[in-house]
Design a protein around this ligand. Structure first.
Ligand code: PEP
Ligand code: MG
Length: 595
């Protein structure tokens, strides 16, 4: 959506229309370059009816295109660079699976035979039908998988049309042309991989959300990107100058020389800051006055441990194990398969502790798309409630986790606990899993620590029940805020009410930290608050010593810690904890950052 339009002189020379587009930020940083437009092949499709005697030839034309795309995907897979993010291989697999599915490999052939459509038209007809079915799906993550199907169809169309779209490789004489920003309706992760070796510094797409595969790859490649720009691919022209502000989700097309200069300065500032941060990798996280802090990583899959180690994490504070279970049509990974994954994480962390959270399935993380029966899934059968209702699934996971504990330091974390009997049953299940392993003569750590996530207000208000039974606590602020303020954390209509600085939220966090310390057990925060540098000092002032966050946030938080002085922070935090007015709290937190 163009928010402003004016005439200005672009760096390319002649006066060109300058305008700004607003979308969704998916990957941070600033990119400045020239637009390279990738028009979807679908726009060029011809529609015609095929004569009866040519129908089988048309069917074969489509079949050959499908085979060729299969080969292309195989080649992509084989040529995957060694250092490519693990997601990329998985995305290629997903596209290969979609391609072999009868909905793509057979249904369009039937359309050619029954309706006499040409191959391109038949394929698009089928894709349109599938897309409509995907639009009906409520779950935003699954709905976004529609993009994968469209990307596969586009590959087939490219082959049918015989017009592969390529990126220019020759740098221009102005020295900046080599820096290309891809602008497209949508980009498949596999295509992103092809762009990797070229001078590709950012991307902008019309569609997509923060969970789209393409967004995930962009984040893992650390390329500035913005999606959901609605009409970028029609408004932007080839070779237009573009600035992507990946933090704000803003794209400025044909910026004035002044704007460009300002962004170049910001960009160099960011680059300098990053370089500086990298120097902190090995520096211990200690405040100016000597308080030692533990910085842990949140991971989704064992492959993320590399980033955690690279960022200098002291361990893994949250392994969201449910990611091993999702997207498999409810096919639960076997004990051996889980064991291998947990072991891989433990081994990769080289002796640093790995905290594996048991299956937190449900709400916005369903096992599969058919799982939408709960009226209010965030309050329904999720996490430990699901595990206690499915004891075989839980026991299998516990055995797999315990087996991995023989290979390094491992801790078990139980999500969504609220009742004493849930804690007791969880511990009883862990004891049962241990007994089964002992009986089978399988090694595990007998003294493995077991902790509770404090993410339901009831838990934060009944801490003696937890500290008596558990070895450590970890505050899940994402859910704690959702349940305290009664707002669905995935509903954008109430997103403005999601406030970590609400006094009720702050009280619950402070109480949990204090209760843990009093009982002599570790307390971490593993929700998003731990990685927000605006809140680092507030959490330090509340007494937090263990922070767990996405590896990319770790060094910035460490820098904040290194510049902090507990002697100043603590009294100011006490003041904040006494305040009840939002403006006073916000102002005091701001002051805390300036100390
Ligand atoms: C939380 O709720 O804060 C948390 C860390 O867990 P998740 O975001 O996976 O629910
Ligand atoms: Mg949670």
């Amino acid at each position: 959506m163009p928010a402003e339009r004016s005439r200005s002189r672009s760096p390319a020379g002649p006066a060109m229309a300058s305008f700004t587009l607003h979308g969704i930020p998916v990957s941070r940083g600033i990119a400045i370059g020239r637009a390279h437009l990738l028009a979807p092949a679908a726009l060029d499709v011809k529609h015609y009816l095929v004569a009866e005697e040519h129908l089988e030839a048309e069917v074969q034309r489509l079949q050959q295109a499908l085979v060729q795309v299969h080969k292309e995907l195989q080649t992509l897979w084989l040529e995957l660079p060694k250092d490519a993010p693990t997601e990329l291989g998985a995305f290629i697999d997903v596209h290969a699976l979609i391609l072999s599915d009868p909905m793509i490999s057979e249904a369009p052939l039937d359309i050619i035979r029954s309706r006499h459509y040409n191959a391109e038209w038949a394929l698009l007809t089928q894709i349109d039908e599938l897309s409509a079915q995907f639009d009906e799906i409520e779950d935003p993550y699954l709905r976004e998988r529609k993009a994968d199907i469209q990307q596969v169809a586009e590959r087939v169309l490219k082959v049918l049309i015989g017009s592969e779209q390529t990126l220019p490789t020759v740098p221009g004489e102005d020295g900046y042309q080599a820096q290309m920003i891809v602008v497209a309706h949508d980009i498949s992760p596999a295509d992103m991989l092809q762009f990797r070796d070229r001078s590709f510094i950012g991307f902008v797409t019309d569609v997509g959300g923060q969970n789209s595969h393409t967004a995930i790859v962009a984040r893992s490649l650390d390329i500035p990107a913005a999606v959901g720009m609605s009409q970028a691919s029609t408004l932007v022209e080839q070779d237009d100058w573009i600035i992507i502000d990946g933090d704000a989700g803003v794209v400025i097309v044909n910026p004035s020389a002044l704007v460009l200069e300002q962004y170049r300065e910001r960009q160099s500032g960011l680059q300098r800051a990053r370089k500086k941060l990298n120097k902190l990798k090995k520096t211990p996280a200690v405040t100016r006055d000597g308080t030692q802090i533990t910085l842990l990583a949140n991971i989704e899959l064992p492959g993320d441990c590399a980033a955690a180690m690279e960022a200098g994490a002291n361990g893994v504070g949250l392994f969201r194990s449910e990611f091993l279970f999702m997207g498999r049509n409810s096919k639960i990974p076997s004990e051996d398969e889980q064991f291998e994954q947990y072991k891989a994480a433990v081994v990769a962390m080289k002796g640093r502790p790995v905290t594996i959270r048991t299956l937190d399935i449900g709400a916005d993380k369903p096992l599969d798309q058919t799982e939408h029966t709960a009226l209010n899934p965030a309050l329904g059968l999720r996490a430990i409630r699901y595990c206690l209702a499915e004891p075989q699934i839980f026991l299998t996971q516990l055995r797999a986790i315990l087996r991995a504990s023989a290979f390094g330091k491992l801790r078990i974390l139980i999500p969504m606990l609220a009742h004493a009997f849930e804690i007791d049953q969880s511990l009883a299940m862990i004891a049962q899993a241990k007994a089964q392993l002992r009986e089978a003569n399988i090694k595990f750590d007998e003294d493995v620590d077991v902790g509770a996530m404090i993410e339901i207000p009831a838990a934060a208000l009944a801490l003696p029940m937890f500290v008596k039974r558990m070895d450590f606590l970890s505050i899940g602020t994402n859910d704690l805020i959702q349940y305290t303020l009664a707002i669905d954390r995935v509903d954008y209509e109430v997103a403005h009410l999601y406030n970590p600085l609400h006094p009720a939220v702050l009280q619950l966090i402070a109480m949990t930290i204090a209760a843990g310390h009093k009982a002599g057990i570790d307390v971490a925060v593993c929700g998003e608050m731990a990685g927000d540098i605006k809140l680092t000092r507030l959490l330090l002032g509340m007494g937090l010593r263990d922070f767990s966050m996405h590896p990319a946030q770790l060094l910035a938080v460490k820098q904040e810690i290194l510049n902090s002085d507990m002697a100043r922070i603590v009294p100011q935090t006490r003041k904040i904890m006494r305040a009840m007015e939002p403006n006073a709290i916000a102002e005091a937190v701001h002051q805390l950052q300036l100390m």
